[in-house]
Design a protein around this ligand. Sequence first.
Ligand code: ZN
Length: 384
Amino acid sequence: MSFEFATAGRIMIGPGRAAELPEVLAGLGSRVLVCTGADPGRHAGLLAGLGRPAAVFPVAAEPTVELAREGAAAAREHGADAVAAVGGGSVIDLGKAVAMLLGNGGDPLDYLEVVGSGRKITRPAVPCVAVPTTAGTGAEVTANAVLASPAHGVKASLRSPLMIPRVALVDPELAVSCPPPVTAASGLDALTQCLEPFVSVRANPLTDGLAHEGLRRAAAGLRAAYADGTDLRARADMAVCSLLGGMALANAKLGAVHGLAGVIGGTADVLHGMACAALLAPVIEANVRALRSGPAGGAGHPALGRYAEAAQLITGQPTASIGDGLAWIRETVTLLAVPGLASSGIRPEQAGDVAAKAAASSSMQGNPVTLTDGDLRAIVLQAL
Ligand SMILES: [Zn+2]
C-alpha cells in the first residue's frame, strides 16, 4: 500500500461560522482581495466587518483565463497578501487561481494544463480562505481551478497541491438562499463526487472513509434540501457531503461521469452538476456491465462490491442491490427535475467527438474499468 493525502490546513464548519472570517484572516494577511459572485451586496455584512483593507472582485461568470489575469492584477494593485473567496465553485476557483498567481508570478497560460506552456507551480499560493455558498463542488478543499480558454475552445485546470485553500470555512446557512435548480445541480454533483472516488482505481483508505460518509450524507440531505431550502439540517448534510467529496476526489480522482461532463461543459452551456446528473446512471450501468464481462463475471472485483455498498448507503436499505441504487438515482434525478443533455443543445452527432476527448481526460484515469469509445458514445446518447 502506498498513498498520499492532502487537504486544507484547517476546516471549520457550522451554521453561522462565516462570521468568523475576520478572525481567520487575522493570522493570514494584512490586505485581502475578496472574490464574490456577481452581487457583492449579498455579503455586505460580512465584507463590512473584515477589519483590514479589502478590495472586492466580483466574479459574474464562469472563470476564464482573462478573468484570472484581471483578478491577479486587481490583487497586485491592492497590495493583497491574502485572498478570501465567498461564493460558488466558480468564485472559489477564481480565488484559488489568483492566490496561486500571487505566490508564483506569471500568467495563467504559463501553468494551465492541456493548452498552457507547462510551467510548474513550485511555490505556495498566498493564503486563501474559501467560503462556499453552494454545496456541490468541494472546491474549498480541491487542488485545481478550472478556467475556460475561449481562444482554445476548452476548459482546463491550474492544478497543484499548493493550490488547496489554507482554510475551508463552511457555513450551511449560506446555502439557504440557493434556488432549487442550483440546489439540484450542486447536490447531484456532490453525490457524484463521493461515488466516483469510492469506486476509483486510485481510492485509498482515507478517501474510502470520506466517500462512504459523504454518500450517507447525500442520502439524508439531497432530496430534503431540494424540497425545502430552509431545512438547515439537510443543508448541513449537503455541505458535509460536498466537503467530503472534494477531499476524496482531490486524492483519489474521479471517473467517466466527470471525464464526459468536463468535455460537455467545454462544448455547451450546461451547469456542471446537471451534466453529471444526466450521465450518472448510464455510466454506472456501463461500468457494471464492463466489470461483469471480466474474468469470472467480475467476481471479487472491488468496484462491484463498492457499487453495492453505495446502493445500500443511498437507499438506506442494508440488502439493496446495484439495481436498487440505480433506481434511487433515476428517481432522484426525476424528482429534482434534471433535464437530459439534449436540452442544453448537445446533439447525437456530437457523441463521438465528446467520447474521444473524454477518453483522454484526467478524470477518466480513476474510472474502475476501461470503457471503449463505443461504450462512452452510448453513454452520451443515453444521457441526451
Ligand atoms: Zn463535479
